[in-house]
Design a protein around this ligand. Structure first.
Ligand code: 11C
Length: 350
């Protein structure tokens, strides 16, 4: 019994965490196929004590699969996700390729699990910085209504992949040793210029759009509205990369509907919210940190304050492991929801 599962991008920063999450959750894997781009094919990976060789992803590899987790970049998803669906698999895609497609549910189980019922084979996993924010916004929206969100992010380099982590580590050493540096990966490997990330703060994540926002900022804006089913919600974002290895942090300003509430009331709403851990006590210097969130699936919320000018507005600090709740963990949660809702059927053969 169980499910035939394919992981596309198995050797990447998110792929590795997908396998770890499947293992830790004891996900009912009947058979496992590890796939990648030609560059990583041939590598060996151990899953639950068994060694698997990573194979080059190709359409026929999805024959007999029930679940395919994709995290190998948008172009591989665009090419192969429809092929996997054609062969009967449900695709959970961690890239931005299909997120805004109206035939594709964009799902954070704590917020809009029911949207899975309308799937057409592909389900999109939102952007990491979007996921952790909507998990925190949802209980506030439910309790008070939500009018406006302004977010500034402090994002970790692992969001840009293993090459970015390597660049930050090497560059940090080189800067400390007074060596010349030659940035090649960040802020965006495919863009024209590259900047130092070590000891820096870089206000560019992903490519620029014509409106002056980056694609990462537009992802936060558009995906939030889609997941929360609220086109009227006002959202603005500024996304910044910091030399932090893992754990995205966000400073978030929100305006609710109706009368203002006390900080205690907002804390009470958030502490009941699914997937949220409140860490908020200035008297003991308790607040979320990237370093203490790494490896954990929760969204951590703290530094909750009332705005000093507007009665129904609040500020808060939201932190989560971008590779877990922001990516791999949310993808595996989606797979669990598909099982729970009876949407995916168990495999017969492997
Ligand atoms: C980052 N949020 O931190 C990005 C990574 O659309 O899935 C995820 C990119 C995406 O660089």
């Amino acid at each position: 019994t169980g499910y035939n599962v394919a992981v596309v991008g198995a050797t990447g920063a998110v792929g590795q965490q997908m396998l770890k999450t499947l293992e830790e959750k004891d996900f009912p894997v009947r058979s496992l196929k590890l796939l990648s781009s030609p560059r990583s094919a041939g590598k060996e990976i151990v899953f639950k004590g068994k060694t698997y060789t990573v194979e080059e992803a190709a359409p026929e590899q999805f024959e007999g699969m029930q679940i395919a987790l994709f995290s190998a970049g948008g172009s591989i998803s665009k090419k192969l996700a429809p092929e996997a669906v054609k062969r009967g698999a449900i695709v959970i895609d961690n890239t931005s390729a299909f997120r805004m497609d109206e035939n594709v549910p964009l799902v954070v189980p704590e917020v809009n699990e029911e949207d899975l019922k309308g799937h057409n084979g592909i389900i999109a996993n939102p952007n990491c910085s979007t996921i952790q924010m909507v998990v925190a916004l949802e209980p506030i929206k439910k309790a008070l209504g939500l009018k406006k969100v302004i977010v500034s992010t402090y994002q970790a380099v692992s969001g840009a992949g293993l090459d970015a982590i390597e660049e930050m580590r090497e560059q940090s050493k080189d800067v400390l040793e007074g060596k010349e540096i030659d940035p090649k990966v960040l802020p965006v490997s495919g863009d024209k210029k590259h900047y130092q990330i070590a000891f820096n703060a870089v206000p560019q994540i992903d490519l620029f759009e014509e409106n002056g926002y980056t694609f990462e900022e537009m992802k936060m804006i558009n995906e939030t509205k889609k997941i929360m089913h609220d086109d009227a919600l006002e959202v603005a974002a500024t996304c910044v990369r910091l030399p932090v290895e893992t754990g995205h942090s966000e400073s978030v300003y929100i305006e609710t509907d109706g009368e203002g509430k006390s900080v205690k009331e907002i804390q009470a709403i958030l502490s009941e919210g699914a997937g949220i851990t409140l860490q908020d006590d200035p008297s003991t210097q308790t607040y979320p940190l990237a370093t203490t969130s790494v490896g954990l699936p929760d969204v951590f919320v703290g530094r909750i304050r009332k705005d000093l000018d507007k009665n129904n507005a609040y500020h808060m600090w939201i932190v989560s492991d971008n590779l877990l709740k922001g990516a791999a963990y949310n993808s595996v949660q989606i797979a669990e929801s598909l099982i729970k809702l009876g949407i995916v059927k168990e495999g017969q053969s492997s």
